[in-house]
Design a protein around this ligand. Sequence first.
Ligand code: HEM
Length: 371
Amino acid sequence: MSPGDAGVLPFLDLYGADFQARPHEVLRAYREQHFCARTPLGIAVLRYAELQDLLAHRLFRTPATDLLTMQGITTGPMVELMSALLLNSHGETHDRLRRLVSRAFTLRSVESFRPRIAAIASELLDDIAPRGSCDFMADFAEPYSSRVLFEFVGIPLTAMEKITKWNADIVLMFGFEAAANAPRIEATLREIGSFVDELAAQRRREPRADLISALVTAEDASNLLTPAELRAMMITLLSAGTGTVSRQLGSGLAAFVEHPAQWQALAENRQLAAPAVEEVIRYSSSVIVGLPRLSTEALLWNGLQLERGACLVPIPGAANRDPAVFTDPERFDITQQRRSHLTLGGASTTAWGRRWAGRSCKRRCCCWRSG
Ligand code: HEM
């Protein structure tokens, strides 16, 4: 089969009942046939080497405002926010934003927050332990991921309820229901904007040991985000850093329930906490289908002749089990030394999301051990 002609590629129905019911089995069959497959969204990339290349490739970009444009939204607050998001910025702008945020989001600041992460986990467990059972997502994973993020960023916990509501509106902006919900989403964007501006002004006057203070104070003003960039950054953190972590904790727990010997191994050896986090995110990735990429020009990529604007769909759920890279990939094994998974995107995009996600999940693994 020549991949040059995308028409001859196998067809994978990402919305089909088969894929929804047993995604990994379906993906294995497709990945064995070819590194890619046609889907209703675009060309799915299933193997590790090609996916790693796609995620790092400068000639592909995230869809940014395209979904809004398709719904007739070409100006206004939604377009402004979408264009300012780190995920949707590219080239020099992306590098500059990443540099400014990485300065505030240093390994040291995440490390020094570890005792607080442990304390939050313990507080929640102390509450659960006397009951003898719990709803893991509602009683632990969700409050844990929100509290850790809020405290690190510097958002008062009293704002949690309204931010949860805002997040639900923001999500609508990334789908096909943005136009139908435009008044509601725009009102939410205005409210979040004022909330962030007010918080930033407070921290400028009285900086604290939190991320927002680090973002709004710098010796040189050229080292600061603009107010619009700061708003977009806070919205990214609030929406990208809570549901992702809690869902990953939930699917990680499910993997351990299915593999009690691995749970026992972790309980007996604390050193396995870090590799366990990586293995959980590889094997029971909460992101099976990743964020689509569009080609910014016509190009020949891995034998595929792509038009400008061609849509490629990363499938980390398939690449993370590629036998060309992982030994015995269908096995959940926290003791294996493995290559990095691709769940969190390419190394160029998410170094600190990766750092943070790892810390948040690792603490939980340590607590599972002692609990
Ligand atoms: C296990 C938890 C997490 C998962 C599964 C996850 C997943 C992802 C994915 C799939 C992307 C898109 C990558 C791409 O297509 O290139 C992404 C980007 C991003 N994530 Fe996460 N994430 C997690 C935790 C976090 C946390 C805790 C934060 C922040 C505190 C965060 C902040 C970000 C940011 C800022 C981006 C955009 C990065 C850029 O474009 O440079 N993520 N994440």
